[in-house]
Ligand binder design. Structure first.
Ligand SMILES: N[C@@H](CCC(=O)N[C@@H](CS)C(=O)NCC(=O)O)C(=O)O
Length: 204
């Protein structure tokens, strides 16, 4: 397997899952700041020009964080990345989708690239502020969930890898995480798989 990632991007959550699984894989850094995602070398891998992308051993490429995370969990059941019960699996996907579609795409998307949300440069500060509001509301919801348990659906799962990457961004953007999300972030940072990934991505 080969993971296409960028240091500190959302792909870090998939990188964590690969380390949790512990099977050999290659990690290829895509230089997003230099626009490498739009060059033929990468669009041949992922025409969406995004990371993460996972090239599998049969040569096929899987994209989109939830799909990659789900496939890794189902193909490596020994790693325990999805709960057994269908109800908790659905809850796991519920959290995963909320983090990716709302906190990331709607919240941090506005903070990181406000120009994608308005044609007027003068509006960009307002766009960023709205992004912080959306992300803040999202973290507040996750906080109530994490008040009841250490991980999103009880034991560590693919949902926690997603919460980890948005918490990592909040940390980098100096946003104050609510108490239970902050405790989850501390718990995640203590996992050996996370520490290895931070080291490998040059973020430790
Ligand atoms: N919906 C995608 C989002 C992926 C995404 O937004 N990746 C960002 C990095 S966090 C990216 O590759 N951005 C490059 C660009 O937009 O040029 C997923 O779930 O994987």
């Amino acid at each position: 397997m080969k993971l296409y990632y960028a240091p500190g991007a959302c792909s870090i959550g998939i990188h964590v899952l690969l380390e949790e699984i512990g099977k050999p894989y290659d990690a290829v850094a895509v230089k997003l700041r230099e626009g490498a995602q739009y060059q033929p070398g990468y669009t041949a891998v992922n025409p969406k020009s995004k990371v993460p992308a996972l090239a599998r051993d049969d040569g096929s490429v899987l994209t989109e964080f939830p799909a990659i995370a789900y496939w890794l969990a189902r193909t490596n059941p020994f790693a325990g990345l999805l709960p057994d019960s269908i109800d908790l699996q659905a809850r796991t996907l519920e959290v995963l989708d909320y983090v990716v579609a709302t906190l990331h795409m709607q919240g941090f998307g506005r903070i990181i690239r406000p120009s994608a949300f308005t044609p007027n440069a003068a509006d960009e500060d307002a766009v960023k502020a709205r992004g912080r509001e959306i992300a803040g509301n999202g973290f507040a919801l996750l906080d109530t969930l994490l008040a009841q348990q250490d991980y999103a659906t009880g034991a560590f799962s693919i949902a926690d890898a997603a919460i980890f990457y948005v918490s990592f961004w909040a940390d980098r953007f100096k946003m104050i995480l609510p108490g239970n999300v902050a405790a989850h972030y501390t718990r995640m940072n203590a996992r050996p798989a996370v520490q290895r990934v931070l080291q490998q991505e040059g973020l430790a």
